[in-house]
Design a protein around this ligand. Sequence first.
Ligand code: TTP
Ligand code: MG
Length: 355
Amino acid sequence: MEHIIIHADLDAFFASCEERENPLLKGKPVIIGADPKNGRGRGVVSTANYEARRFGVRSAMPVSRAYRLCPNGVYLRPNFTLYEKVSGGVIAILKKYADKFQQAGIDEAFLDVSSAGNFEKAAKIADRIKEEIKRKEKITASVGIAPNKMIAKIASDENKPDGITVVKPADVRNFIYPKSVRKLWGIGPKTEILLNQLGIKTIKDLAEADTRQLKEKLGNMAEYFQILANGIDESPVEESYEIKSFNREHTFEEDTSRKDGILPTIKTLAHDLYEQAKLNKACFRTITLKVRFSNFETYTRAKSLSSHTDDEKTITETANMLAEEFLKTGRKIRLVGVRISNLKLGEMQKKLSAI
Ligand code: TTP
Ligand code: MG
């Protein structure tokens, strides 16, 4: 059976959510991000709607620059609670249509729809998905349909906003060859510069480049990038959203109230979790400590950080801090557990490390 993958990506996501909540914004340039403070603001733009993009405003641009380009725009601080809610609604819709499903970000996902059988039927599914998102969530999505994830992702970006782009297997090369090498998985600004030094700008240039010369410049990644440049990506749609947290527990040989027994145990658990997170290329934002006393009374305490991290010391120190109130009681402890949750899984890095 041939592989058919859909990539769906919401259009100007944060801005679209704001427009949905406040229809008066429709038709105006809307910029989500830091406060521009009449042009003196620090911080960056998260996103801008398509009206604002006409003025040249883009994601990650300093908001002061955006303000110079578009002084009459509507500037809003992000409302993540709203975006999480809309995202959840959209994900629930998308999942229904997929044989296998992988959320790849707050506003994007891959759907394996191979069982549709052919690209015409997959395109009908995509139409239905777009229609249902519009009707239920009042925002638009752009969709790419292709034989693999990477091409599907490039395709979803082709006709934004509210677009649909089908790239059948026979059309893959024609579709990607003229595009910049930056469109390929894992090629960032640094690799792009190295490739440019070899005169390689388009994906076609890369596909046809001399592999030996490429290897001298890029090392082991060279062959992988050339495989991608040929439109080949065999990474499966992984249901990584299933992983919600990582958890480690330890039951003491003998119940103990001793700090010098409990804290080193927490340190070991933290280290194991760190290793597990690293293996999964996961960042976390919440650390939870569990304590069970001798009489089986069990307590949990959690702390969420202001942003995601993959730092081992953060796990240890946060868990230690959460343990303080229990250690202070002097009561005997039977079990300690540490959990990291609120995970963000690194799609791109995972792929690279798999090579
Ligand atoms: P994207 O899908 O990259 O962008 P978008 O949905 O705003 O626009 P497009 O129509 O081109 O898909 O990112 C999704 C959201 O993630 C975006 O609405 C805001 C947030 N984001 C940032 O906060 N900073 C950034 O640099 C980027 C790229 C996105
Ligand atoms: Mg988007």
